[in-house]
Design a binder for this molecule. Structure first.
Ligand SMILES: [Fe+2]
Length: 185
C-alpha cells in the first residue's frame, strides 16, 4: 500500500463514495431534480446552440467593425447592441450546460466544426447584405431554439425552456426591426 493517496482516494475515504476524476468533474442533473438521461438530449442541443451562437457573435463583431456607408452610425450601434446581447446569451447557455451537469464546449475548433451557421468575410460587404446575413443567422438560431423548446418540454426542464424562450423572443423582435429597417415586407 502506498503512502501517497490522491485527492480522489482521500475524498473517497471521507465520503465513502466511489469518486473518480471524470464523474466528479461536474454535478449531476439529479441535484436539481432532473434525470441525467432525460436531459442528455437537451445538453447536446445546448452545446450545438452554443457553437452556433459563437459564430454568430463573431459575425456581428465583423459587421460592427466593417460597416461602411450612409447607415454607418445606425448599424454600427445596432450591431454592437446585438453582439453585446449575444455575448451575455453565450455565457448563460454555457452556464446552463454546467447546471445540467456537463462541461460546455469551449474551443473554437468545436464551434467551427459543429455550427450550422458559417463564418463570413465582412470586409467590403454592403450594409444591407450584412443585415440579411444577421437575419439569416437569426432564422437558424430561432429554428434551433424551437427544437430546444420541444426537447426541454420532454425532459421536464422548465429552467432551460424559460431561458431559451427569452432568447428566442429577443431575436423574433429584432427580426421584425431589421426587416423594417431594410424595407422588407
Ligand atoms: Fe466598437
Amino acid at each position: 500500500m502506498s503512502f501517497l493517496i490522491s485527492w480522489y482516494d482521500f475524498d473517497d475515504r471521507i465520503t465513502g463514495n466511489n469518486v473518480n476524476p471524470q464523474s466528479n468533474y461536474t454535478m449531476d442533473a439529479k441535484a436539481i431534480s432532473l434525470s441525467e438521461t432525460d436531459v442528455k438530449p437537451v445538453v447536446d442541443l445546448l452545446n450545438d446552440y452554443l457553437a452556433n451562437y459563437h459564430i454568430h457573435y463573431q459575425k456581428l463583431r465583423g459587421c460592427h467593425w466593417n460597416i461602411k456607408g450612409q447607415n454607418f452610425f445606425t448599424l454600427h450601434i445596432k450591431f454592437e447592441e446585438l453582439y453585446t446581447n449575444a455575448q451575455e446569451t453565450i455565457d448563460e447557455i454555457a452556464e446552463r450546460v454546467l447546471t445540467l451537469g456537463k462541461p460546455p464546449h469551449s474551443r473554437f475548433a468545436d464551434y467551427i466544426n459543429e455550427s450550422e451557421i458559417k463564418e463570413i468575410n465582412t470586409i467590403g460587404m454592403k450594409d444591407l447584405d450584412m443585415v440579411d446575413a444577421v437575419l439569416d443567422d437569426f432564422s437558424k438560431l430561432i429554428s434551433l431554439e424551437r427544437g430546444l423548446l420541444e426537447a426541454t418540454e420532454e425532459a421536464g426542464d422548465d429552467g432551460t425552456n424559460d431561458m431559451v424562450n427569452r432568447f428566442m423572443q429577443f431575436k423574433e423582435k429584432n427580426t421584425w426591426m431589421l426587416r423594417s429597417f431594410a424595407g422588407k415586407k
